[in-house]
Design a protein around this ligand. Structure first.
Ligand code: LAC
Length: 225
């Protein structure tokens, strides 16, 4: 695969890219039973939809509230009335497991002197917790939250925040990495060189923005930049 030219920093999406958003329901799958798979899928889908809807409505709330409201929807959809379970799942959301390829991939990039950052919908405290739990607290130069701009991805204001904080003035010098197709495409449309990690076997969305590369896992990233 062709290398990406001129990359000065790699900026990572967090949820679904570095951290496994399905880990909380997987952890409690025995307790939840046969509805577990659908519950976690709907939870994630609603969480994303609510970020987009709130951004269009101009009514921002942070990702903790959005995640909680999405979980309430998903539990109600599945006919599960168990406030204790809801609280337990939310607590587990603060301690998501990193995907198995994350630690080595970031180490390889750091060894090459690459500047690294996170740019996520997550609130600062959620991100801080996930990064610490994953043992990644010394890895990133910046852990950036949309709370700085008060709107969610794929707003251009969010991607611009990474350029401002990294003091990088030409968008194509940033390699943006996401396993969420719409996020990889939003970043590409903004002007980043975008790499999609194929964690979920998904196709590109029929929206503007074309990632520069699609790779099976983060292990292939260091060879690209
Ligand atoms: C994030 C969402 C897209 O971390 O998963 O920004």
């Amino acid at each position: 695969m062709a290398r990406l030219e001129g990359i000065k920093a790699c900026v990572f999406d967090a949820y679904g890219t570095l951290f496994d958003v399905h880990a909380p329901v997987k952890r409690l799958a025995a307790e939840i039973g046969p509805k577990a798979d659908e519950l976690t899928r709907i939870w994630r889908q609603k969480q994303l939809e609510y970020t987009w809807l709130r951004s269009l409505m101009g009514v921002h709330s942070d990702f903790w509230k959005v995640t909680s409201e999405a979980l309430e929807y998903a539990l109600a959809f599945e006919g599960i009335d168990d406030p204790g379970l809801k609280d337990e799942l939310m607590v587990l959301y603060l301690k998501l497991d990193p995907y198995p390829d994350v630690a080595d991939a970031l180490k390889a990039l750091r060894a090459r002197g690459m500047r690294l950052a996170i740019l996520s919908n997550g609130s600062p405290s959620m991100l801080d917790s996930a990064v610490r739990h994953g043992g990644l607290d010394k890895t990133f130069e910046h852990v950036l939250s949309v709370e700085d701009v008060g709107i969610y991805k794929p707003s251009r204001r969010v991607y611009r925040l990474a350029m401002q904080k990294l003091a990088i003035h030409d968008a194509p010098s940033i390699c943006f990495v996401s396993a969420n197709p719409w996020d990889a495409q939003g970043a590409a449309q903004f002007g980043f060189q975008s790499v999609r990690i194929d964690r979920f076997g998904l196709k590109d969305e029929n929206i503007p923005g074309k990632p520069a590369a699609l790779i099976p896992s983060l292990a292939e990233l260091a060879g690209l930049v």
